[in-house]
Design a protein around this ligand. Structure first.
Ligand code: NAP
Length: 247
């Protein structure tokens, strides 16, 4: 097992990619805290699966966009696990509208969760990672942050912001035993992508050289790679998992 003895927090671990990441980290031996904002039953289900692997787990409810809430969650996780080695900033939302129709509330909501959320969660754990001279931070960006998309100015800006944050932090923390990387998925079969109308899905598939959407498990395996000793020499990277959509 590649992550024996490690502790991890996965934000947005209740569904989709985050769920697959939480389960994959546990399968490799890590104790995993499962963050969610409202899907308690789904988060409990993930925790039950982790429990079956023999790893420790805890539910870590918090709105990542709310700093005081995140601070409280961090205290609870640190009390439970004693320390945190791996932070996966995965929680994210979209609220799509063309820019002409996009109101300030929609802009703020997406930036508040996708970008501020990454700041908040990293901020509350980083001092402890620096103190232990070890940490692995993985941020979920998106191919949309790299190429932009019709109707997703807020989402694309948030993800491009996270990518730039990742590189800056990687430089600041490289001397402190902490690597900071991003994973930029293309279109992955989760509720987010299942909500796309079939006509648009078919048009998207034509643009993907591998002619299929990715799976959450394929993204999860890259997170494990970056967090295990296999990824020790990787920092500041944005790993594309997009079936060739952008190359
Ligand atoms: P998803 O299935 O919609 O799940 C979203 C997760 O984020 C849920 O666990 C949700 O918790 C959590 N969440 C949402 N708002 C939150 C908040 N304010 N505080 C804490 N948790 C919150 O999403 P997904 O498709 O797995 O995407 C996961 C990440 O990958 C996102 O950052 C997304 O932008 C990125 N991504 C996805 C794709 C894709 O094709 N799916 C592509 C590129 C990038 P609840 O269950 O409690 O609501």
């Amino acid at each position: 097992m590649k992550l024996q003895g490690r502790t991890a927090l996965v934000t947005g671990g209740s569904r989709g990619i985050g769920r697959a990441v939480a389960l994959a980290l546990a399968e490799e031996g890590a104790d995993v805290a499962v963050n969610y904002v409202s899907s308690e039953a789904a988060a409990r289900d993930v925790a039950e699966h982790i429990g079956k692997t023999g790893r420790r787990t805890t539910l870590a409810q918090a709105d990542v966009g709310d700093y005081p809430d995140v601070f409280r969650m961090a205290q609870e996780v640190l009390k439970e696990f004693g320390h945190l080695d791996i932070l996966v900033n995965n929680a994210g939302i979209n609220s799509d509208k063309t820019f002409v129709r996009m109101d300030h509330a929609s802009w703020r909501k997406v930036l508040g969760i996708n970008l501020d959320g990454v700041f908040n969660c990293t901020k509350v754990f980083i001092d402890q990672m620096i103190k232990q001279n070890y940490g692995r931070v993985v941020n979920m960006t998106s191919v949309i942050g790299q190429i932009g998309n019709f109707g997703q100015a807020n989402y694309a800006a948030s993800k491009a912001g996270v990518a730039a944050f990742t590189k800056s932090l990687a430089k600041e923390l490289a001397g402190k035993g902490i690597t900071v990387n991003a994973i930029a998925p293309g279109f992955i079969e989760t509720e987010m992508v299942q909500a796309i109308p079939e006509k648009v899905r078919n048009r998207l598939l034509e643009q993907i050289p591998l002619r299929r959407f990715g799976t959450a498990e394929e993204v999860a395996r890259a997170v494990v790679y970056l967090c295990s000793s296999d990824g020790d020499y990787i920092t500041g990277a944005e790993v594309s998992i997009n079936g060739g959509l952008l190359m």
